[in-house]
Design a protein around this ligand. Structure first.
Ligand SMILES: [Fe+2]
Length: 325
């Protein structure tokens, strides 16, 4: 197969379609017109992932056991990854996102590392825990949202008196898909603290979020309710929003080409995601695969965090949304 004029003549004069398919197959090409087990194009988005719900109360109880059973000396991070329950998957929560519940005990330090994937945290129960990101130490108090953009050194510690718990969200499955994974442990184990601050672009304190939500406006279509978007320009693959849903609020149902994970920061209610019904309360996580019908109903005043690949889909010009009712 040297591309000689004789060989090219032979290819040009192949006598049958079967011979042609065989000849290009030998060159690692497949005809675009054959039937494939998985076609190249299809009519409508259908995520391979399924709607799912994780209860914080259960994760927290299990974390309390983990606090007894494994230390940060053995577990770089003491966390429970929320795998989407589809065959063969032990990591991803949705196509582009992975989530975990994580915990740290008083006095512990989770060693510093850095990785290509972008990460964020929603602090569920903490008084006195903190993150150090690129040498900057910031508090992690209940209700805070904390950013760790890709390739930023980060470690966690705890100066308080009670076990702390939070939700982690990362774009690891997207990194797996695109393949630019890099990971490094800090050469000193724990990155030294250079400055300690309360105000940082890496931290959205609970009080600030509540103030912003009080002024937030709802979308005209009635899909999302009063919503703020938290600025995270250094981690553009993850869209971070917080919604405020008063007791009794329900949305106008929709589906959209974006994968969304919800975390209940306050309140309780019910969501129907693609026909699956989940009753949720504080700290719970709900995974909504793209293009499934989404309906929410708040049964108490609710603050709902969401992370999604909405801006990534928009940047790609893949985003679309459809009202369903
Ligand atoms: Fe990390």
């Amino acid at each position: 197969m040297d591309g000689s004029p004789r060989l090219l003549d032979e290819l040009r004069s192949l006598p049958t379609l079967d011979a042609l398919v065989g000849a290009i197959g030998a060159r690692n090409m497949t005809p675009g017109w054959i039937r494939r087990a998985k076609p190249i194009l299809w009519h409508e988005m259908k995520s391979e992932f399924v709607p799912a719900h994780w209860r914080y109360a259960e994760a927290k109880a299990a974390m309390q056991a983990a606090g007894r059973l494994i230390g940060t000396d053995l577990a770089e991070r003491r966390n429970f990854v929320m795998r989407n329950p589809i065959p063969g998957n032990d990591t991803a929560t949705l196509r582009t996102l992975v989530c975990a519940y994580q915990s740290i005990l008083p006095g512990e330090k989770a060693r510093s590392h850095r990785h290509a994937p972008h990460a964020l945290r929603v602090i569920l129960d903490s008084r006195g825990s903190y993150s150090t990101v690129q040498g900057e130490k910031t508090p992690m108090e209940t209700g805070d949202i904390v950013l760790t953009p890709g390739w930023h050194w980060h470690g966690h510690g705890h100066d308080g008196g009670e076990q702390a718990f939070w939700f982690d969200g990362l774009d690891v499955p997207l990194t797996h898909l695109l393949e630019p994974m890099f990971f490094e442990e800090h050469p000193q184990g724990w990155e030294p603290v250079e400055t300690a601050v309360d105000v940082s672009p890496m931290r959205f304190p609970w009080a600030d979020t509540q103030r912003a939500l009080d002024k937030a406006r709802a979308d005209n279509e009635g899909h999302f309710g009063p919503t703020i978007e938290l600025p995270a320009p250094t981690m553009p693959t993850i869209t971070i929003k917080v919604h405020k849903w008063p007791s009794g609020w329900r949305n106008r149902p929709y589906r959209r080409a974006a994968n969304t994970v919800y975390v209940v920061m306050q309140g309780s209610g019910t969501s129907r995601i693609g026909g699956a019904t989940f009753d949720w309360s504080f700290g719970d996580t709900i995974a909504a695969p793209a293009w499934l019908e989404i309906e929410h109903k708040a049964s108490a005043d609710t603050v709902m965090f969401s992370m999604s690949d909405e801006n990534l889909m928009k940047w790609s010009h893949y985003y679309r949304i459809e009202a369903l009712g």
